[in-house]
Every structure is written in C-alpha cells, then in structure tokens.
Design a protein around this ligand. Structure first.
Ligand code: 13P
Length: 246
C-alpha cells in the first residue's frame, strides 16, 4: 500500500530570527533532490505564516492550531478560514502541548477538525500517551482517535503519533515499539472509521526525531513520515531528516 510520506516541521513558539533564511535553505534543498521522497510542510508561528507563504511559493505551510468557529468574540484565536484565506494548506491540531496548557478536550478537537476540513485544510492530528499512561496506551490512543469524524477522506488528515514523554527529551520508544504502535493505530482506525481509511491514512512519528535516528525510524514499514520539533529549526539537520527515506 503506497501512502503519502510527510516530513513536517513544527517550529512551536520559535523561529522568529532568520525564519526566511531557514525556509529558503530547506526549499532550495528540496528543489535539488533528485527523488522527492516526502511532502515537506513547515508550521511556523502565526505571525510568520502569511509572509513566508507569500515569499516561498514552492513550500507548503501549516498553522499550529485553529479555532472551531469561523469568526466571533474569541480573543487571541485564529479560525480555519483565516488560515485558508492566506493560502495556508495544513493545520496541526491536538498537539500534546495544547492539550496540556490550553486544556483542549476531545469534543473541542472534534469541532476543530470538522472546521479545518470544511475549510479544505489538511489536518495533522496529534495523539500520544504521557509517561504515566504507557500501560494504558491503547485506551488513551483510542479515546484521542475518537475525536475524528466518522466520514473522512484519508487525504485530508494525517495522524501524528507523539508519545508525550519523547517530546524534547531525546528519548524514543524502541524501533520495534514504534512500528507496533503505528500498526495498532491503524487497526484502531479500521474499527473506528473504516478499513480503507486505515490503509490509506499517513501515520507519522514525532518525538525527538533527529538526523541520527531518522533513517531507522522513517524506514519502518508502518511509519509514513515525521513531525519534527527542535531538529526542524536547524536547516542542515532538518534536510538530513528529509533525505532519510529509502
Ligand atoms: P521534538 O522533535 O523537539 O521532540 O518535538 C516533537 C514535537 O512535539 C513535534 O510536534
């Protein structure tokens, strides 16, 4: 089964300095690649998004969140149609940092996903267990995946499995575990949505991906790419990750 591979940069609340230079060097690298092995998407903070989209037409960009309403009295929020209006194509939803600090709930995330899809954005939906939840991982993942709408085009959603304990810590699950967990996510999706959806949807791994471990992780048969935090802020390192697919 050929699924689309993605290498996605999540800059989080970083990247103000030299952001254009960083995007330009990644873009140049991608143009020079003989074989395009994955779709590369950059998700900078909102303040940089519009300018970077205008300046670097060859790259794809995403927001790091959106509200579920299209407009209204929601101070500090940005809607899916606002992202679409600046030609943004992707949006990260349900990142563990937002689930923790903004207390995002499954119900709210379901509405956000619907709104993003209605506005023709591709959703990068993050799931993953905390350290103390490892033993009940499957239950946690099932609950988080149940925020997905039941009728959904696998091309409009990307799942990112990010164990919370692996984010920014330098720790990752064993390669065997990563592959097995991705396979499990696929089987949960087959029951929750449909068999065809589960076969076609791309499932990325995120959490301490770097240039030293990316070849091993990105060539596991159930892994369809990476959502990269820290290492996506360094051009050379991120380009090495982009070049990891065999
Ligand atoms: P790190 O790659 O810095 O561990 O972050 C992963 C992440 O949270 C991407 O969304």
């Amino acid at each position: 089964m050929k699924r689309t591979k993605y290498t996605i940069a999540n800059w989080k609340m970083n990247g103000q300095k030299d952001s254009y230079k960083l995007v330009k060097s990644i873009s140049n690298y991608c143009q020079k690649m003989k074989r395009k092995t994955s779709k590369v998407v950059i998700c900078p903070p909102f303040t940089l998004l519009s300018e970077l989209i205008k300046k670097e037409k060859k790259m794809k960009f995403g927001g790091q969140d959106c509200h579920y309403m299209s407009e209204g009295a929601y101070t500090g929020s940005i809607s899916a149609n606002m992202l679409k209006s600046i030609n943004c194509e992707y949006v990260i939803l349900g990142h563990s940092e937002r689930r923790t600090y903004q207390k995002e709930t499954s119900q709210e995330l379901n509405l956000k996903i619907q709104s993003a899809i209605n506005n023709n954005l591709t959703v990068i939906y993050c799931i993953g267990e905390k350290l103390e939840e490892i033993k009940k991982r499957n239950t946690i993942l099932k609950k988080q995946l149940s925020s997905l709408p039941r009728k959904i085009d696998p091309k409009k959603i990307i799942i990112a499995y990010e164990p919370v304990w692996a984010i920014g810590t330098g720790k990752i699950p064993s390669l065997n575990d990563i592959n097995k967990i991705h396979e499990k996510i696929r089987s949960i999706l087959s029951n929750l949505v449909s068999l065809s959806f589960s076969k076609h949807v791309s499932i990325l791994y995120g959490g301490s991906v770097n240039a030293a471990n990316s070849i091993d992780i990105l060539n596991l048969n159930h892994v369809d790419g990476a959502l990269v935090g820290g290492a996506s802020l360094k051009s050379k390192e991120f380009c090495k990750i982009i070049d990891s697919y065999r």
